[in-house]
Design a protein around this ligand. Structure first.
Ligand code: ATP
Ligand code: MG
Length: 375
């Protein structure tokens, strides 16, 4: 697995204000090496940076999404990078039976995006099932990876382990290749994701490389770029049970939760018995993830937060985290409530996004069929 090595490293710089100015400038405790350089590169050449990322409409977005990828998206959008955000609705049926709630989840995802600062004038937000040419890329792409390679994918294995399904279906197995189609249909070269997505990113890179080798263009240019993962300062935020915060594991703090619910969820988070609070992600993952959460909200180093709480124990830590999260999310939640009043607008955003994505996907599919020698 080489994606980690190729991943552009953690980005924690403040996100730009949302277009309406109602969402906050988000903050992170420490910008990891590479942040300033990438920001400068995007600023210098916005057209040379195309971003694709997205989420499954399996439930409301949570703090892991926000600090893992949403902040990076909003910041890159502000720097002028071209932004595509896919609502991965086909990928829901890899392991979920929620057809009756799919439309609701899809709209809610779009609401979360807009509330956190994605601007539909600058970002193309679309459900991938509405873009047929994107999905057709799956066919040539599937021919470029072996069954053994798919079987080794650790993220697919993990998803399977956490799913209720009795048997692994074909779509789950080929999930990373479908994701390669999501990324490559628009020739994205930058993918802000959480750590769990690195193995999938590696499949997308492999597919792009093998496609370019097998189907060279007559002019020598390559059809697809090598997409790079972009990790944040919180690439794997833990949930209240100490495992990866996930929509589906009942361990998440949703962005859209009210303040009391947020307090209750954080109060129930797993910690340990050592009263002295420290920031030690390897040795004390649960406590450290909470410390990091407060740090991300306050825009200060986690070590300082831990020091200040000192011997206050888990209760004091949780109080700090709750206050920090609620304060940080207050303007986002207010904006979300405003937007939620007009579902028609949200649907219009998705329709316009699908229209733009279809135009891009049609052009890519034409090029793909062309180099493959299709009539
Ligand atoms: P599900 O349980 O349905 O799989 P999820 O919470 O894992 O939902 P996804 O839609 O699978 O969310 O992931 C969307 C994006 O958010 C991906 O880039 C993923 O890496 C990132 N992400 C999800 N959870 C976290 C987390 N806990 N920390 C950091 N990034 C995360
Ligand atoms: Mg997931």
């Amino acid at each position: 697995m080489t994606a980690t090595a190729t991943a552009t490293q953690a980005h924690g710089a403040p996100a730009p204000a949302a277009p309406t100015g109602t969402a906050p400038a988000s903050t992170a405790p420490a910008a990891a090496p590479g942040t300033a350089a990438l920001d400068e590169a995007v600023r210098r050449d916005p057209a040379g940076h195309r971003v694709l990322t997205g989420d499954r409409p399996t439930g409301p977005l949570h703090l892991g999404h926000y600090f893992g990828t949403l902040q990076n998206r909003v910041r890159l959008q502000g720097l002028g990078a071209e932004m595509f955000v896919v609502i991965a609705d086909y990928q829901v049926i890899t392991d979920r039976d929620i057809a009756h709630r799919l439309a609701e989840h899809t709209e809610n995802l779009a609401l979360d995006y807009l509330a956190t600062g994605l601007d539909p004038e600058r970002a193309t937000i679309f459900p991938h099932s509405a873009v047929p040419a994107l999905n057709q890329l799956l066919l040539p792409f599937l021919s470029l990876v072996s069954v053994a390679e798919l079987g080794r994918n650790p993220t697919v294995k993990d998803e399977i382990a956490h799913s209720d399904q009795a048997a692994v279906n074909g779509l789950m197995f080929t999930y990373p290749v479908h994701q390669a189609a999501d990324i490559l249909f628009c020739k994205a070269n930058l993918v802000p994701v959480g750590q769990d997505q690195l193995p999938h990113l590696e499949v997308a890179r492999t597919v792009a490389r093998r496609f370019n080798e097998r189907y060279p263009r007559p002019d020598g240019a390559r059809v697809f770029p090598q997409p790079e993962a972009l990790l944040s300062a919180a690439p794997l935020l833990l949930g209240t049970d100490g495992t990866k915060m996930s929509k589906s594991r009942g361990n998440a703090v949703p962005l859209s939760a009210d303040e009391d619910t947020t307090a209750r969820l954080i109060r129930g988070a797993r910690t340990d018995t050592d009263r002295r609070i420290s920031y030690d992600p390897a040795g004390r993952p649960e406590v450290s993830s909470l410390v990091l959460l407060a740090a991300l909200c306050q825009g200060r180093p986690p070590e300082r937060i831990a020091e200040e709480i000192g011997d206050g124990g888990a209760a004091a830590l949780k109080r700090t985290v709750t206050e920090s999260v609620n304060e940080h999310l207050r303007p986002i939640r207010a904006r979300r409530a405003e937007l939620a009043a007009d579902r028609g607008y949200i649907r219009q955003v998705l329709r316009a996004g699908a229209e733009r994505a279809n135009a891009v996907a049609d052009a890519t599919l034409t090029e793909v069929r062309d180099v493959m020698g299709s009539l």
